[in-house]
Design a protein around this ligand. Structure first.
Ligand SMILES: [Zn+2]
Length: 267
C-alpha cells in the first residue's frame, strides 16, 4: 500500500527513505493522546529484551528511573542525574513529549533488519491523525558483535534505538556517500563524546575481506570508531566486527537503518 494513500501525516524526509508500512495493532489508539507519552513498546517484546534496552538507555542517559510502565509506555522518571549524556536525555524527553508516536517492536533475527531500523506505521484503527513510526530492533544482532570493547560500548541496543529516535524527533538524515557520517550519527556522536566514548567514524560498514572465509559462508564486516588519546595526542581506532550474513544489512534498499553496507560491499 502506498502511504500517500493513507491519512497519516508524517515526516517527508523519513518517508523519502522507503514506503514500508508496519501495522500498529494497539487496540487503544486514544491512549497515546491521553498524556501517556509518545513512545511505547509492544507487549510482544520479552521482559528480558525490555530490560536490556532499559539498562542501556539508563546507562547512556543517566536516567536511573527510566522504565516501561505496565501499559508499555516509556517513562523517564525524575531527571536529577548529573551523569550520562545530556543530549540523550533531551532526545528522550523530546520523543516522549513529541507529537510523533513511536512504537518499539522486536525484529530479532529478521534478515531485513540490521540492528535497528525505523519505518512508518499505520494504525489499524482508522481516523487517527497521529503520525506513527515503528522502531524495529533486532536484539539478536547486538549479540553478534565482536571487536574492541571501546567500540562495543559505543554501539549497543541503546545507541541503536537513539539513532532511530533521532530520525523521528530531529528529522535527521543518514549519510548518502561513503565519505560522510550523516547528521543523525553526528547527533549520536555528540552524546558519545559526552560520555568519553570513541566516536563513530563512518556511517557505512565495510568488508573485512582478509578474514572472510567463503568456505564457511561468513562475510565479516567492520565499523570504525575513533578517539583522541590525550596522553599521546594520537587518534586511536577501535573496530566493531560482525558477520553480515547473520546480521543482515546487505540489502541495497534505502531504509533508515542504524548501519548500511557501502555500495562496494553490496551483493
Ligand atoms: Zn539511520
Amino acid at each position: 500500500m502506498n502511504p500517500r494513500d493513507t491519512s497519516i501525516s508524517h515526516s517527508p524526509r523519513i518517508t523519502s527513505f522507503g514506503f514500508i508500512l508496519v501495522v500498529i495493532a494497539f487496540s487503544v489508539v486514544s491512549t497515546f493522546a491521553t498524556n501517556k507519552g509518545s513512545v511505547a513498546i509492544r507487549d510482544t517484546v520479552s521482559p528480558a529484551k525490555r530490560n536490556e534496552l532499559v539498562s542501556k538507555l539508563r546507562s547512556i542517559s543517566g536516567l536511573t528511573k527510566l522504565s516501561f510502565d505496565a501499559d508499555g509506555f516509556l517513562r523517564l522518571g525524575a531527571d536529577s542525574s548529573e551523569r550520562g549524556s545530556h543530549g540523550a536525555r533531551e532526545l528522550l524527553k523530546n520523543a516522549v513529549s513529541g507529537e510523533n508516536i513511536v512504537v518499539i517492536e522486536d525484529a530479532s533475527s529478521r534478515a531485513d533488519v540490521a540492528f535497528c531500523r525505523v519505518v512508518m506505521g499505520r494504525w489499524t484503527k482508522a481516523n487517527s491523525a497521529l503520525s506513527a513510526f515503528v522502531v524495529l530492533i533486532d536484539f539478536s544482532d547486538f549479540h553478534q558483535l565482536t571487536g574492541d570493547q571501546q567500540a562495543r560500548a559505543a554501539f549497543d541496543v541503546g545507541w541503536g534505538f537513539l539513532h532511530e529516535l533521532d530520525h523521528v524527533v530531529a528529522d535527521s538524515q543518514d549519510a548518502e556517500t561513503e565519505d560522510s557520517l550523516g547528521e543523525c550519527e553526528a547527533h549520536i556522536n555528540e552524546m558519545r563524546h559526552e560520555l568519553g566514548l570513541p566516536l563513530r567514524s563512518n556511517y557505512f560498514f565495510t568488508a573485512l575481506s582478509m578474514q572472510t572465509d567463503p568456505n564457511f559462508g561468513t562475510r565479516l564486516v567492520r565499523l570504525a570508531f575513533e578517539q583522541r588519546d590525550p596522553h599521546t595526542d594520537r587518534t586511536r581506532r577501535f573496530w566493531l566486527i560482525w558477520d553480515s550474513t547473520v546480521v543482515g544489512g546487505l540489502i541495497a534498499s534505502k531504509q533508515t537503518a542504524a548501519v548500511r553496507a557501502t555500495p562496494l560491499t553490496r551483493k
